[in-house]
Design a protein around this ligand. Structure first.
Ligand code: MIC
Ligand code: SF4
Length: 654
């Protein structure tokens, strides 16, 4: 049988409780796969390790697990520093690698130091598929799922559809990998990848470097995809060799004649610079159409575009020039290795001289941790998300662009085509260092041997509170409709990040005060008064991040059901993990017929969960009407929901 690359990796990692023995496994079949590696970051990591601590394992069971600190590094007060200390001590106690603050953004750093073609990686961050740039099957998930994988449990998912992306041609000067993924987003939209993996192939794919590939697989998260990946070839081998890790390389590709569920063809030599306009990564327009629009801020960085090659392209474009007086420009090196190489090669000097501010090697402005744009400011970022308010400024207009487009705007003070795209001459870069400085153990704290690890005591600060406990679902519910939203509500809308809220990630009672704050400041008061309730939403509800706090905090406030037109994958899994019923409307009548404040009667909910019935009827007491809802949940998920969540199931052993 001719297999896709995704099928090859999945089939070699299948575990016992997969629903079928038949291959090819049809898309939508429940499967379980072995997880070889995990990664966590600090903002989701504290909760994940608190959960892991409760699982009774002495040590992580994976081949490799890494705990990164990269999201919250402002250290405004003790909370943040206490979280870092907790994470470091938990890593030492349970046999993980610890990546210190300043080592870099987890995805770029993992790619450089730990990624291995053909392995599976589960990360408590939605951009974990960055690892697909190296030919890994890398998937984002909630912290609890990652904690379970660290405890040795397989990861459950639905067999994805596999979309082939055939890249032909070669990138022209001034056009970059970011423009490729923006083109994919233009065609596919933020909902297009639901339940799918995107597999890239063709001469265009072969011509891209590993970090260019990683830009593309990283932003596959914005398609709502389960993952994205490239073959592992000679380019992959050279990248690994440049990191001193050629020994982990192996060749991997789809078989000739394998079957994709659909094929998208893109001639990359015909692409022009693109921008994702406010406030969605799929709101794509050509840069030419935006020319002349004044720009207040430019930031190069994030896990999408902070490689050495990205910084080199910017340095080549701004060489000998100065950032426009209107523009505040910042730069983030994706990792400490990138920073050192940029320093040694003079790239950093060029950027600093031109007027860029060097920001911490971390997520920073990407989630509103500093460097927020001015009121109604236009900010050009090489990042992956531009949801309204995510930058920290509610009325900012954020555009997602390539490093080349950002560099040109920094100098011109407005949207403009970069000079290489105009004259078609390749950028004259300083010679790039052949090898990134190999970071090795001097930057990472390696796992302790088991006999030493058992003696480590875990250090907790006063802001680190235990995860709330939930109890079994009752026989019936009467739930107030606490909020009704439109389509594409992101987890940034449900549970914002940013400098004020991120330090509360280890303290659910406190962070719960901010649920829905960006879209409805009255939500917390209403939910607290009602004590229990439900949420009505549109399509692609919960898109964006993997943060389980967007399920855990509503569960803490008494939310028992979320009824929407469709869900984003990770958020739905997080809702189930915390015992919230994830229903979808069978038709538009339900969504149209329910208003905020309506009391909804769910009678016989326990009996329904004990059955395998796919549909349930809910009654709106105000309107006197009933609507049909669907629950797509298998037996295991129904048991979790009955118990009041996955931890309750493990605790009470239903
Ligand atoms: C994001 O980009 O939204 C984040 C912050 O990295 C999140 C994780 C989090 O909320 O901690 C993600 O992408 O999963
Ligand atoms: Fe960090 Fe932004 Fe990447 Fe999320 S998307 S991991 S916040 S850099």
């Amino acid at each position: 049988m001719n297999l896709t690359l995704t099928e090859k990796i999945i089939y070699s990692h299948l575990e016992g409780n997969t629903d079928t023995k038949q291959t090819p496994i049809p898309p939508g079949t429940r499967i379980s796969i072995k997880i070889d590696q995990t990664l966590t970051q600090d903002a989701t990591g504290t909760m994940a390790y608190l959960q892991f601590e409760g699982m009774g394992k002495d040590r992580v069971q994976t081949e490799l697990s890494v705990s990164y600190v990269d999201h919250n590094m402002l250290q405004e007060d003790y909370k943040n520093a206490d979280d870092h200390r907790y994470l470091q001590s938990a890593a030492a106690r349970y046999g993980l690698w610890f990546s210190r603050p300043g080592n870099g953004i987890c995805h770029q750093t993992h790619l450089e130091n730990f990624g291995i073609p053909g392995k599976t990686l589960l990360g408590s961050d939605s951009h974990t598929p960055t690892g697909g740039g190296l030919g890994m099957l890398a998937i984002g998930a909630g912290g609890l799922d990652v904690a379970l994988a660290m405890a040795g449990a397989p990861f459950n998912l639905f067999m994805p559809k596999i979309y082939g992306v055939h890249l032909t041609g070669r990138l022209m000067p001034g056009i970059s990998a970011k423009d490729i993924i923006l083109e994919v987003l233009r065609r596919e939209t933020v909902k297009g990848g639901a339940g799918a993996v995107y597999e890239y192939f063709g001469e265009g794919a072969a011509s891209l470097s590993v970090t260019e590939r990683a830009t593309i697989t990283n932003m596959g998260a914005e398609l709502g995809a389960t993952s994205s990946l490239f073959p592992s070839d000679s380019v992959t081998r050279s990248f690994l060799a440049s990191m001193g890790r050629e020994f982990v390389w192996r060749e991997l590709a789809a078989d000739e004649g394998c079957r994709y569920d659909k094929i998208i063809s893109i001639d990359i030599s015909a692409l022009r610079p693109l921008a994702a306009c406010p406030h969605s990564p799929d709101n794509i327009r050509p840069v030419e159409a935006l020319a002349g629009l004044a720009v207040d801020q430019v930031v190069i960085g994030s896990c999408t575009n902070s490689s050495l090659a990205d910084l080199a392209a910017v340095a080549a474009l701004v060489k000998g020039q100065t950032v426009h007086p209107r523009v505040s420009a910042g730069i983030v090196c994706g990792s400490r290795a990138v920073m050192l190489a940029a320093e040694e090669s003079g790239i950093l000097h060029e950027l600093t001289r031109a007027g860029f501010r060097l920001l911490d090697s971390a997520c920073g402005p990407c989630i509103g941790m500093g460097f927020a744009p001015p009121s109604a400011g236009v900010s050009l970022r090489t990042f992956n998300r531009n949801f309204k308010g995510r930058s920290g400024t509610a009325d900012a207009e954020v555009y997602l662009v390539s490093p080349e487009t950002a560099a040109a705007a920094a100098i011109a003070g407005c949207f403009v085509l970069n000079s290489a795209a105009v004259d078609g001459k390749p950028l004259c870069r300083q010679p790039l260092p052949r090898q990134l400085p190999v970071t090795g153990n001097s930057f990472f704290i390696p796992p302790l041997p088991p006999e030493e690890a058992v003696n480590v005591s875990i250090q907790r600060g006063p802001n680190i509170k235990p995860c709330p406990q939930f109890t079994a679902a009752p026989a019936d519910f009467l739930l107030e409709t606490l909020i009704k939203t439109g389509d594409n509500i992101s987890t940034d809308d449900i549970m914002p990040a940013g400098a004020k809220v991120l330090p509360l990630r280890s303290n659910i009672p406190e962070i719960a005060k901010y649920v829905f704050a960006p879209v409805d400041s009255g939500f917390y008061a209403r939910a607290s008064a009602a004590k229990s309730g439900c949420i009505i939403g549109g399509a692609n509800y919960g898109q964006g991040s993997s943060r389980e706090h967007a399920a855990l905090a509503p569960a803490y406030l008494g939310v028992k059901a979320v009824i929407v037109k469709s869900f984003a994958r990770i958020h739905k899994a997080n809702l189930i993990n915390y015992g919230i019923l994830p229903f979808t409307f069978a038709d538009d009548a339900g969504y149209d017929g329910i208003k905020q404040g309506d009391p909804l009667v769910f009678s016989g909910i326990r009996a329904f969960l004990q059955s395998d019935a796919p549909v349930f009827s809910v009654t709106n007491k105000r309107a006197g009407k009933s609507y049909t809802l669907r629950l797509e949940a298998d037996g295991e998920e129904r048991r979790i929901l009955l118990a009041g969540g996955r931890i309750a199931l493990m605790r009470d052993g239903f």
